[in-house]
Design a protein around this ligand. Structure first.
Ligand code: SDX
Length: 425
């Protein structure tokens, strides 16, 4: 929505646009044609790449809304299937709408039988994210009837297939790594219960879904569902802007999420907490994190947008307490995490740089208590984030203003020069 005020640059006025909430933007689409200059913003710290109605983050206040609903309320009162419907459709569903949506997703959880052979091509110790990149990218070879991105019906089928099949693909990656047989989906179970059974069940005996674990994991999926224009979502949008099929776009998002600065941080954070081991070693690691000459960073700490507590980390910490109390388990690494947080948040370095725990700081503690190996943590993040990726992808395709993404650069290489024969060099 263009405002009356504008930003003057040289002889030109650039319109200032306002959203429903949050920072205004300066529309600079004509800047290069009118001034011959580009903006310069590596890492896009001050750049809005698109218009979106899905998720709003106020980093200073630690606010996260999905279609206007606060993450704390959704985590407490909703379910991952309901939040998935909300992200895809814009409104909370009626009971009938939710039942129909859940039924649709449930009946898409099976994989084409030949995809099981893909797993046998990997080493048993392949990282699950390597398998997820490969298998999800290959889905387009099996589901040709939902790759026409200009057909809204095909886009929705592809979206449902991706949301439904990610748990099956992730569970199969885990089963393959431990040498156990794959389990087919069980349509009588919930989305999250089905994933738990495919992961931890065996054909030799019935698997009883623990409702406390099911609820905790479903809440963890809600916390990871979407997060504005983060690196992997921006990757999905950029891939989608070329007209690539949705399966290829989500595979690109998975690849980007894997990085330790992004979704890979949950695996790195628990490994870090385990390496610290006991509270008396915390000062040593805090000193390393502050040392400019040491590349070490506190994993699960800091965020490009949040300069306050990540509201997801708050819910995650509460969920650790609930799961540990309910399952009557404990893990000394939780105490290390709590004390590390306390010491960091009282250290001027972290206070001045506004570095707080993010969604990845506590998630590994719960996932480990449930029984997942650390190598599965980012695969679980990808499983949950798939609904955000497909919702953002659908929003981009439907946006009349969307064009192929093609950033420019500040060129600092050699100016034109003539080739010289090798004998003259
Ligand atoms: C996710 O974008 C999203 O929304 C992502 C996500 C989502 O849901 O999609 O929220 C998920 O990726 C969460 C972030 C997970 N990553 C980590 O926990 C890895 C550790 N954190 C960092 O690497 C870092 O904080 C980032 C990558 C998350 C953010 O980096 P920025 O915004 O580019 O900030 P920066 O690297 O410029 O750091 C600013 C300053 C630097 O010091 P100076 O050079 O200014 O002196 O803070 C320091 C950094 O050295 N700093 C840290 C730190 N994070 C930043 N110092 C120690 N430990 C850290 N964790």
């Amino acid at each position: 929505m263009a405002d009356t005020n504008t930003l003057k640059f040289g002889n030109h006025d650039y319109p200032v646009m306002s959203g429903s909430v949050g920072p205004q933007v300066v529309d600079i689409r004509k800047l290069y044609n009118e001034t011959g200059m580009f903006t310069y913003d590596p890492g896009f710290t001050s750049t809005a790449s698109c218009e979106s109605a899905l998720t709003y983050i106020d980093g200073d206040e630690g606010i996260l809304l999905h279609r206007g609903y606060p993450i704390g309320q959704l985590a407490e009162q909703s379910s991952f299937m309901e939040v998935s419907y909300l992200l895809l459709n814009g409104e909370l569903p009626s009971k009938g709408e939710l039942d129909e949506f859940t039924h649709t997703i449930t009946r898409h959880t099976m994989l084409h039988e030949q995809l099981a052979t893909f797993y046998r091509g990997f080493r048993r110790d392949a990282h699950p994210m390597a398998i997820m990149c490969g298998v999800v990218g290959a889905l387009s070879a099996f589901y040709h009837d939902s790759t026409d991105i200009n057909d809204p019906h095909q886009r929705m089928i592809a979206s449902h297939r991706l949301i439904a099949k990610m748990p099956t693909i992730a569970a199969m990656a885990y089963k393959y790594s431990v040498g156990q047989p794959f389990l087919y989906p069980d349509n009588s179970l919930s989305y999250t219960g089905n994933f738990l059974r495919m992961t931890f069940g065996v054909p030799a005996e019935p698997y009883e879904v623990n409702p406390i674990v099911e609820r905790a994991l479903d809440r963890i999926f809600i916390l990871h569902a979407d997060h504005e224009q983060n690196a992997s979502t921006s990757t999905v949008r950029l891939a989608g802007s070329s007209g690539a099929n949705p399966f290829a776009c989500i595979a690109a998002g998975i690849a980007c999420l894997w990085g330790p600065a992004h979704g890979g941080a949950n695996e790195a954070a628990l490994n870090m907490l385990r390496e610290i081991g006991t509270p008396d070693r915390i000062p040593e690691f805090i000193a390393r994190a502050k040392d400019k000459n040491d590349p070490f960073r506190l994993m699960g700490f800091g965020h490009r947008v949040y300069k306050n507590y990540d509201p997801r980390a708050t819910v995650m910490q509460q969920t650790v307490r609930e799961v540990f109390d309910a399952l009557k388990v404990s893990d000394p690494v939780f105490e290390v995490a709590l004390q590390l947080e306390h010491m960091a948040l009282n250290d001027p370095y972290f206070v001045e740089k506004k570095l707080f725990p993010n969604v990845d700081f506590y998630s590994g503690v719960i996932l480990s208590a449930i029984g997942f190996p650390t190598t599965m943590f980012t695969a679980l993040f990808a499983l949950a984030r798939t609904v955000g990726w497909v919702a953002q992808w659908n929003e981009m395709i439907s946006d009349p203003a969307q064009k192929i993404g093609r950033p420019r650069q500040l060129y600092t290489g050699p100016t034109q020069r003539d080739y010289t024969a090798i004998g003259q060099r």
